[in-house]
Design a protein around this ligand. Structure first.
Ligand SMILES: [Zn+2]
Ligand SMILES: [Zn+2]
Length: 140
């Protein structure tokens, strides 16, 4: 790993953005902005939640990150921008990636019946994750 401590001051904001992206790439939990903030503030003492949001929107602009509007009231983010679907646990809020091409004929079907030209789609599945199911059984 190369540390460029000497240039930290001059490139602080882009270094923060780089670390933000690295952190997002290293996790599959689809974190919230405040989770990202909590994990980066030790490294960047001057960091604010506003900076996180600003850097996130730059990364989204660059097509490196995407925002997920899940069922929770907080936006969640991920660095995985290849097409995939989400399994969202309604108990703990966990988001699990699901990459199977579930309905390959859906584009054609929608285009035929509505004339809508689909560029992409994502399906959110709501349910109970494996861990939450285990917890449910334990309480009996
Ligand atoms: Zn769960
Ligand atoms: Zn995902």
């Amino acid at each position: 790993m190369n540390h460029q401590e000497s240039s930290v001051k001059h490139y602080r904001s882009s270094r923060q953005r780089k670390r933000l992206l690295e952190l997002l790439c290293s996790t599959e939990i689809h974190p919230t902005a405040s989770w990202l903030y909590d994990h980066l503030k030790k490294e960047f003492p001057n960091l604010s939640l506003g900076t996180i949001y600003r850097n996130l929107s730059i990364l989204i602009d660059q097509g490196l990150v995407q925002k997920i509007s899940a069922s929770s009231s907080f936006d969640r983010f991920e660095a995985k921008t290849t097409p995939h679907h989400h399994l969202i646990c309604t108990k703990c809020g966990k988001i699990i990636d699901f990459e199977e091409k579930v309905f390959p004929a859906i584009n054609e079907e929608i285009r035929r019946s509505t004339d809508f030209d689909i560029e992409g789609y994502r399906i959110d599945f709501f349910g109970i994750c494996r861990e939450c199911q285990k917890k449910q059984y334990k309480s009996y």
